[in-house]
Design a protein around this ligand. Structure first.
Ligand code: UDX
Ligand code: ADP
Length: 475
C-alpha cells in the first residue's frame, strides 16, 4: 500500500515535530496536522517562526522548508481525515482526575473521541496509528470502535476498512528533532504484516531498517511505558543517593561518574536534580501502577509507585532545605527561581519540579522572581494556580495560595537585585556563565545559591562570597 496522504490528529509537542520531520524526509507524502485548538493551529501557521506553539531546536528551519508545501496545519478535521490513507492519533492522554482509576489511569476521552471521528469520516482503507503514549490494550479500544463501523449492518454500503498500529514516540523534548532524525529505534506494533511494512516504509526514508523493530500491538504499547518507567526509575535511584551524599560527604557527580563507567549501567540519565518532570514519566509509571493493581499484582504496583513517591519527596526536600537555610522563614524574602521549564530547551512546564518547589516557597510567604528564557508569564500563572482574571496586572498578587507572590523577570542579571537566594531548577545554558562577583554585589547578605542542577562552578560561587548548596554535595 502506497501512502500519499497522512493526517495527524493533535498538533502538540509530539504531533507537531513528528509530522514536520516526516514531511521533511518524505517530500512525496502530503502531511496534514489537525487540531481542535484554533489558537494552537494559528500559531503553527504564524509567519513569525518565533511564535510556533512548540519550541524545539531545529524545528523552525523544517517548518520554513515544508509548511504550505507538503505540511499543512488546520482545524479541518473531518475533511483531512476523509482524505488520509494513514491517520496518526497524537492527542493528549493525561492522568484521570476523577472517577475509577483517578490519579493513576490515563484519561482516554480524547483518544476515544478521535477514534469515533475516524470511524465516521474515514473512507476506503485507512491505517490508524497510535502515537500518543497509551495504556496497554488501548489499541483494542480503537479497534473496537473502528470495527463497529466496518461491520455495522446499517452501513452495509460502507467501504471503510481499518488497520490499527502502535507506533510510540520516544522523542525527548528539547532534542525532539535530533531524536526523530536519528532515533535509537522505531517501534511498530501491529497484527497485520502489510500495515506494519507500510509504516516501516515511511521510516525507511531516513531510518536504517535494522532500527525498525516490529512487535505485536501489546508489546509495543507496554515497551513504551516500560522505557519511560526505567528512565524515571534511574532518576529516582540517583536522587535517593544524592540525599545520602549530602549526609556522608560523598559527591553525587563523582558517584554518578563512577557507576556510569560500568558499561552494564551506562552513563546516561544519572544526573541528580530536582526530580523528573515532563508529561510522560509520572503518567506512564502511574499507568503501570494502575495496570498492576488491576491485574492483582500489588507488589509490582508498589515497586513502581515508589519511583513517583521518591520524585515528590526530592522536590519537597529541596524546598524544605531552602527554608531551613534561610533561618526558617521566607516572609519578606526575595528568592530568584532560575528556570521554570521541566528541562532546558523546551517551553513545556508540565509536571515541572519548579511548580511544586515554587508552590512550597509561596506557601512559606516568599516573594519569587521567576526567570525562564522560554516560559511565558501566563503559563506560570496557570501552573501556580493564580486566580484567573482578564487583567494580568491584577493577577500578579491574587493567588489561590494564601501567602507569597511572584513576578516574572526577563533580564537574568536584574533578577538578582536585592534577592536573598537564587535557586537553579532548569539547566538552561545561559545559567552557565554568570558573573558571580556581579551577583554578590546585587544580592542581600547573607546570600544563598541553591544549585539543584549542578550547573554552577562551586569555586567561583564560593570565592565571590556567596553561600552555596549543591545537590548531592556532602562538603
Ligand atoms: C521522556 C523520554 O526521554 C522520551 O523517550 C519519551 O518519549 C518522553 O519522555 P522528556 O520527558 O521529553 O522525554 O525528557 P527527558 O530528557 O527524558 O527528561 C525527563 C525529566 O528527567 C526532566 O525533568 C529532566 O530534567 C529529568 N532528568 C533527565 C534528570 O533529572 N536527570 C537525568 O539524568 C535525565
Ligand atoms: P503531546 O505532548 O502528547 O503532544 P499535547 O497536549 O501537547 O500532547 O497535544 C495534544 C493536542 O491534541 C492538543 O493540541 C489538543 O488540542 C489536541 N486534541 C485533543 N483531542 C483532539 C481531538 N479530538 N481532535 C483534534 N485534536 C485534539
Amino acid at each position: 500500500m502506497q501512502i500519499k496522504k497522512i493526517c495527524c490528529i493533535g498538533a502538540g509537542y509530539v504531533g507537531g515535530p513528528t509530522m514536520a520531520v516526516i514531511a521533511d524526509k518524505c517530500p512525496s507524502i502530503h502531511v496534514d496536522v489537525v487540531d481542535i485548538n484554533k489558537k494552537r493551529i494559528q500559531k503553527w501557521n504564524s509567519p513569525n517562526l518565533e511564535e510556533l506553539p512548540v519550541y524545539e531546536p531545529g524545528l523552525k528551519e523544517i517548518i520554513k522548508r515544508c509548511r504550505n508545501k507538503n505540511l499543512k496545519f488546520s482545524t479541518s478535521i473531518k475533511e483531512k481525515i476523509s482524505k488520509a490513507d494513514m491517520i496518526f492519533i497524537s492527542v493528549n492522554t493525561p492522568t484521570k482526575k476523577k472517577g475509577f482509576g483517578a490519579g493513576k489511569a490515563s484519561d482516554l476521552k480524547w483518544v476515544e473521541a478521535c477514534a469515533r471521528q475516524v470511524a465516521l469520516y474515514a473512507s476506503g482503507h485507512t491505517i490508524v496509528v497510535e502515537k500518543s503514549t497509551l495504556p496497554v490494550r488501548t489499541a483494542g479500544v480503537i479497534k473496537e470502535i473502528l470495527n463497529e463501523c466496518e461491520v455495522s449492518p446499517r452501513k452495509s454500503h460502507s467501504n471503510k476498512t481499518f488497520d490499527v498500529l502502535s507506533n510510540p514516540e520516544f522523542l525527548a523534548e528539547g532534542s525532539a528533532i535530533n531524536d526523530l532524525i536519528t532515533p535509537d529505534r522505531v517501534l511498530i506494533g501491529g497484527d497485520t504484516q502489510i500495515a506494519i511494512e507500510t509504516l516501516a516504509k515511511i521510516y525507511q526514508n531516513w531510518v536504517p531498517n535494522e532500527k525498525i523493530l516490529r512487535t505485536n500491538l501489546w508489546s509495543s504499547e507496554l515497551a513504551k511505558l516500560t522505557s519511560n518507567a526505567f528512565l524515571a526509575q534511574r532518576i529516582s535511584s540517583i536522587n535517593s543517593i544524592s540525599a545520602i551524599c549530602e549526609q556522608t560527604g560523598a559527591d553525587i557527580r563523582e558517584v554518578s561518574k563512577a557507576i556510569g563507567s560500568d558499561s552494564r549501567i551506562g552513563s546516561k540519565f544519572l544526573n541528580s536534580g530536582p526530580g523528573f518532570g515532563g508529561s510522560c514519566f509520572k503518567k506512564d509509571i502511574l499507568n503501570i501502577v494502575y495496570l498492576s493493581e488491576y491485574f492483582g499484582l500489588p507488589e509490582v504496583a508498589s515497586f513502581w509507585e515508589s519511583v513517583v513517591q521518591l520524585n515528590n519527596w526530592q522536590q519537597h526536600r529541596i524546598s524544605k532545605l531552602i527554608v531551613r537555610k534561610l533561618f526558617g522563614t521566607l516572609s519578606n524574602k526575595k528568592i530568584v527561581i532560575l528556570g521554570f521549564a521541566f528541562k532546558a530547551n523546551t517551553n513545556d512546564t508540565r509536571e515541572s519540579p519548579a511548580i511544586n518547589i515554587c508552590k512550597d516557597l509561596l506557601e512559606e510567604g516568599a516573594s519569587l522572581v521567576i526567570h525562564d528564557p522560554k516560559v511565558c508569564s501566563e503559563q506560570i500563572n496557570f501552573d501556580l494556580k493564580f486566580e484567573s482574571t482578564n487583567n494580568f496586572e491584577e493577577q500578579q498578587n491574587k493567588t489561590l495560595i494564601e501567602e507569597g507572590n511572584w513576578i516574572k523577570e526577563n533580564d537574568l542579571s536584574d533578577s538578582f537585585k536585592d534577592a536573598d537566594a537564587a535557586v537553579f531548577l532548569t539547566e538552561w545554558s545561559e545559567y552557565k556563565n554568570i558573573n558571580w562577583d556581579d551577583v554578590y554585589e546585587k544580592m542581600r547578605k547573607p546570600s544563598w545559591i541553591f544549585d539543584a542542577r549542578s550547573i554552577t562552578n562551586p569555586m567561583e560561587v564560593r570565592n565571590a562570597g556567596l553561600n552555596l548548596w549543591r545537590i548531592g554535595d556532602g562538603l
